[in-house]
Design a protein around this ligand. Structure first.
Ligand code: UTP
Length: 290
């Protein structure tokens, strides 16, 4: 079955980015001149999906506003002959069919995905986290996962190797390696202790899931951090269905983390034709001064 819908969970409290996240969503943090969530939506659209549900919450109104019309701005840009800017704004409005629903309480990623049940119905679907950007203009990370789903017909979790010392920050998979990039998953653990981690392949923000996950999430109890964890739901899914892990290609940034956000900002600035020369020069001068 073709993957036609994607969910973007974006209702988390973003405590790693306080005080900014006290009143503004981290998913709207700008990377150069675009909000983080625009990069996510662009990747989903480039992967062939046009129906997107964003899970939002309190203080997240600016996300829905961003994908909606702004008649006053559009009128003013037309009046003042700012054609390029108008085209850019209209392209955002028309990028995809973007819907939103509110998660009333931030009860965890598993609960956020469950909020998309009615939108998804009985089809396999994609989940892309709202603060997890992957740069791969040639082959978008989600498109890579969709290809694996089309070959295997199973749920697919996107993974990448992480340093052993950092496994306790992620959901970690273990299983049988079917090829260099595909693993038949037999176990998953959310934030394991370093000495107990079954591998160093971390689940990083991209999933193709079968709708069987919804009944499971309904019954999943609070796990790590007192939240309903998607990884715990996936672990139960494993006892009913096969799940594959796919090591996707691309530079991944955890924008919800200060270091990850800064790395994204600097690297996207260095890829920007308008900025790269001057900004690159500035960085070199700055680095020699430290
Ligand atoms: P994170 O664990 O990165 O988000 O969730 P968080 O809880 O907001 O961050 P910290 O740890 O407090 O800084 C990954 C994605 O899942 C969403 C977040 O918005 C983020 O995009 N999420 C998380 C929800 O939608 N609902 C939740 O209850 C939790």
């Amino acid at each position: 079955m073709k993957i036609k819908k994607a969910i973007i969970p974006a209702a988390g409290l973003g405590t790693r980015f306080l005080p900014f996240t006290k009143s503004s969503p981290k998913e709207m943090l700008p990377i150069v001149d675009k909000p983080t969530i625009q990069y996510i939506v662009e990747e989903i659209v480039a992967s062939g999906i046009e129906e997107i549900l964003i899970i939002t919450g309190r203080n997240k109104e600016s996300i829905a506003n961003f994908f909606d019309h702004n008649p006053e701005l559009e009128y003013r840009l037309a009046e003042t002959d700012k054609k390029e800017e108008l085209t850019m704004i209209e392209a955002i409005n028309n990028m995809a069919k973007v819907y939103t629903v509110r998660q009333k309480e931030a009860l965890g990623l598993g609960h956020a995905v469950l909020c998309g049940r009615e939108f998804v119905g009985e089809e396999p679907f994609a989940v892309v986290l709202g603060d997890d950007v992957v740069y791969n203009p040639q082959d978008p990370a989600l498109a890579q996962l969709i290809k694996v789903y089309e070959e295997t017909g199973t749920s697919v979790v996107g993974v990448q190797p992480v340093p052993k010392s950092e496994v306790d920050k992620y959901g970690i998979v273990a299983g049988q390696q079917l090829s260099e990039t595909i693993m038949d998953v037999v176990d998953m653990v959310e934030k394991p202790r370093i000495e107990e981690a079954p591998s160093n392949f971390a689940i990083l923000g991209r999933y193709i899931l079968t709708p069987a996950i919804f009944d499971i999430l309904e019954k999943t109890e609070n796990g790590a951090g007192g939240e309903i964890q998607l990884t715990d739901g996936l672990k139960t899914l494993l006892s009913h269905e096969k799940v594959m892990a796919y090591a996707f290609q691309g530079r991944r940034y955890d924008v919800g983390d200060k270091q990850g956000y800064l790395e994204a900002t600097v690297e996207f600035a260095l890829r920007n034709p308008e900025l790269k020369e001057e900004f690159g020069k500035y960085l070199k001068e700055l680095a020699t001064g430290f």
